[in-house]
Structure formats: structure tokens, C-alpha cells
Ligand binder design. Structure first.
Ligand code: AMP
Ligand code: ZN
Length: 112
């Protein structure tokens, strides 16, 4: 599924530029435009869905794929000493882009 009004779908479609780090048939990883750490990447599924709470069995398989890929991607991009994964779910968490994404933060000692 694609949402033509979704900024991350537009990155996937090549309509908005992004610094792409990794891509396969299920996911894309690119640099966050406003990094909150020395290394700040975003991993997104190619299938558009808004919230973690919308995950079903099929989407959970994609999330599993992403979680299995992320350690190598993080290591290859300066997070060999550790990193943090964040999924913001909904308004109270400050979610601003409603296409599910996993923040990968690292490259420094992270304050909690
Ligand atoms: P969240 O608050 O979890 O919804 O995070 C959305 C993230 O997307 C923020 O860290 C933004 O800096 C990032 N972001 C928004 N637009 C872009 C873009 N065009 N390219 C890269 N990152 C973006
Ligand atoms: Zn989208």
C-alpha cells in the first residue's frame, strides 16, 4: 500500500530526496533530516501503514525482517559500539510522520 500524501511514501517513490543507506524489497533505511544523535537513521517498511498498533501477521513478518537486518546496518554505519531503536506510537509519543518507522540512534554515548 502507498499513500500519495505520505512523505515517506514519496521518499520511496523517489519524489523527495533522501540519503539512502540500505534498500531491499521490504524496507528502506535513510538518514534522518534532523538528526538527534551523531548517527540517526530511519528504517521504514515499503508497505505503508501508520502505526505499530496497525501491525498484523503480514506486517509483523516485515517488522521481523527489519529487526533482523538492522544490527548489520547499524554496525556498518558507525554504531558498532551500541545503538538505540525507537518507535514513536501516536501523538503522546510525538509521532509526526504517520508511516511506521524505526529510529536507529547511535554513534555516541546516548543520554536516556
Ligand atoms: P517521529 O517523530 O517518530 O514521527 O519521527 C519522524 C522523523 O522523520 C523525525 O526525526 C524527522 O526529522 C524525520 N523526517 C521528516 N521528514 C524527513 C525527510 N524528508 N527526510 C528524512 N527524515 C525526515
Ligand atoms: Zn507512507
Amino acid at each position: 500500500m502507498t499513500d500519495k500524501n505520505c512523505i515517506f511514501c514519496r521518499i520511496l517513490a523517489g519524489e523527495i530526496p533522501a540519503t539512502k543507506i540500505y534498500e531491499d524489497d521490504k524496507m528502506l533505511v535513510f538518514k534522518d533530516i534532523e538528526p538527534k544523535a551523531e548517527v540517526h537513521l530511519l528504517a521504514i517498511p515499503k508497505d505503508h501503514f501508520k502505526l505499530l498498533s496497525e501491525a498484523d501477521e503480514t506486517r509483523a513478518e516485515i517488522l521481523k525482517h527489519m529487526l533482523l537486518k538492522i544490527p548489520q546496518i547499524a554496525k556498518d554505519n558507525g554504531c558498532g559500539n551500541g545503538y538505540r531503536l525507537v518507535i514513536n506510537q501516536g501523538d503522546d509519543a510525538g509521532q509526526t510522520v504517520f508511516h511506521l518507522h524505526i529510529h536507529i540512534l547511535g554513534g555516541e554515548i546516548l543520554p536516556w
